[in-house]
Design a binder for this molecule. Structure first.
Ligand code: DAH
Length: 338
């Protein structure tokens, strides 16, 4: 029995020396110390040893088993350390290397917004921003839309409480500005607005730019000239602008503004439904009631105001068929506008 133990221990030693990986070592563990392993078999043979020697022999087998386990563990640890080092070297990442990383780009709405703002800045307008959560007072009342006014139906409002709402337009910044600043006033107000509307051309959240100019002697002619400059710089130099009579509570008179079709140039096509014109914004001469609501002398001053959707301009400019595409933020869609 003693011989057998020593023989096996030597055999294991030899095998361990030949092992070339931690997997090999593990295979040896199974082969010798597993449930039906060669060394484990010695313990089973103990029953054939005369009872008087059993204790001594059993102890020798166990001691041998511990030596064997240590031998395997030591070898395995050495392999693991080496393997780990190799892996670390092979999978090294140079965090200072930017090659292969995807770089984002400006969203089409932001791009169009910045271009438009640049045009208005060039015309002497200041850019202002305001709160997206508004009061009924600024969103409606100061703009000449009292409670129960039918014009409230023009804008399906998300109410937070009876008097607090998500702004339905950026027009409340007209009154906020006029209440805190004396004319001359020239501002453009870009920002997100909210309406309970959801289809291919309406999103419950979209972006508007509001414009306001209050000075002495302002007329529709100033408005038209300025919108022409805006349309030409946003689309192209041949773009024409026309006014149609309309109604907004905060302007009198009010106009709906069309531009010559950006796709066919006015000849008539699918985009302009054969008319040659595309409606892009609402505008007008600021209603004297709004000026007075904001403490501005309507006998001395007059102004024009306008409002349009940035999303709609982006859709026309880039030929985007569905407004929702711009809010889904699918990378494949966005990367076309790099
Ligand atoms: N507030 C309007 C809207 O929500 C846009 C607008 C129309 C703004 C006419 C104006 C204006 O200032 O005069 O669509």
């Amino acid at each position: 029995m003693l011989n057998k133990i020593n023989e096996l221990l030597n055999k294991v030693k030899e095998c361990v020396e030949k092992a070339s990986s931690s997997t090999d070592v593990n295979d040896l563990r199974v082969r010798f110390l597993g449930k039906s392993g060669e060394y484990t078999g010695l313990l089973r043979g103990l029953k054939d040893v005369p009872p008087a020697e059993r204790g001594t022999i059993g102890k020798l087998i166990n001691d041998g088993k511990i030596r064997l386990e240590n031998m395997l563990a030591e070898k395995e640890a050495a392999f693991r350390a080496k393997e780990e080092e190799r892996k670390l070297k092979a999978e090294k990442i140079d965090v200072t290397l930017s090659k292969g990383y995807k770089i984002g780009s400006t969203h089409p709405i932001t791009k169009v917004k910045n271009e438009i703002l640049d045009t208005f800045i060039g015309l002497g307008f200041a850019v202002k921003e305001g709160p997206e959560i508004e009061t009924d007072y600024y969103n409606f009342q100061t703009l000449g839309i009292p409670a129960d006014h039918p014009a409230r139906d023009m804008q399906d409002t998300f109410y937070i409480s009876e008097n607090i709402l998500l702004r339905t337009h950026t027009s409340p910044m007209q009154s906020r500005t006029m209440l805190s600043q004396k004319p001359p006033i020239r501002i453009v107000v870009p920002g997100k607005v909210y309406r309970a509307d959801d289809d291919a051309t309406h999103s419950p959240i979209f972006n508007l730019i509001e414009g306001l100019c209050v000075e002495e002697g302002i007329s529709l002619a100033h408005l038209k000239n300025m919108l022409e400059i805006f349309a030409k710089s946003t689309f192209n130099q041949d773009t024409k602008v026309r006014f149609r009579p309309s109604y907004f509570p905060f302007t009198e008179p009010s106009v709906e503004v069309d531009i010559s079709c950006s796709m066919c140039g006015g000849k008539g096509c699918r985009l302009c439904k054969g008319t040659g014109w595309i409606e892009i914004l609402g505008a007008g001469i600021v209603n004297p009631v709004v000026l007075e609501n904001c403490g501005i002398d309507s006998k001395k001053y007059s102004g024009f105001a306008f409002g349009f959707g940035i999303d709609r301009i982006a859709m026309l400019k880039y030929g985007i068929p569905d407004i929702r595409l711009m809010y889904e933020n699918d990378v494949n869609f966005l990367k076309q506008y790099k």
